[in-house]
Design a binder for this molecule. Structure first.
Ligand SMILES: [Zn+2]
Length: 161
């Protein structure tokens, strides 16, 4: 199983160019990713301790080990990680912002917003992926009682599967 978002032709072209030009365009402290980028054909979005998550021009999310723990790429099956990669990646690349989910009127602030470590971005929230909010389905009761927000498997809807 793999995770793929739908990418416009323009964005696919843009990602292809970022991959091709990565050695020249990446900030110096990220340039060591270049061989991985060339080998795996993906633009790095999120660099963890031992693995990096990147997006391919066709919108597929892949991860690879930067510590030699495994060869090649593996799919990103945890959708909160896809979201995290998108949130972090869109901070660096404004072009990726259209891929982020849009906050709906029913959304609620994620509990992580009360925790400075998460707000500062030093730690990425595994619940909202750093978006800072969670969508909620509102359940209407018969007697007009307060409607209770409920978390939904929204990224499953977003990314399919
Ligand atoms: Zn959160």
């Amino acid at each position: 199983m793999m995770t793929r978002v739908s990418v416009s032709i323009e964005l696919a072209t843009w990602i292809t160019a970022r991959i091709a030009n990565y050695p020249a365009e990446a900030p110096e402290n990220l340039r060591w990713h270049s061989p991985h980028v060339a080998r795996h054909g993906a633009l790095p979005l999120y660099a963890g301790w031992t693995e990096t998550i990147g997006i391919r021009p066709d919108g597929e999310f892949v991860r690879w080990s930067t510590e030699g723990e495994f060869d090649g790429t593996r799919s990103v099956e945890e959708r909160s990680w896809v979201l995290t990669a998108l949130v972090v990646g869109a901070e660096r690349y404004a072009e990726l912002r259209p891929l982020l989910p849009v906050r709906g009127p029913d959304a609620v602030d994620c509990p992580c917003r009360a925790i400075p470590l998460f707000v500062s971005g030093q730690v990425v929230c595994g619940e909202c992926g750093g978006l800072g909010w969670l969508p909620a389905d509102r359940v209407t009761s018969r007697r007009g009682e307060p409607r209770e927000p409920r978390r939904v498997g929204w990224y499953h809807r977003l990314f399919g599967g």
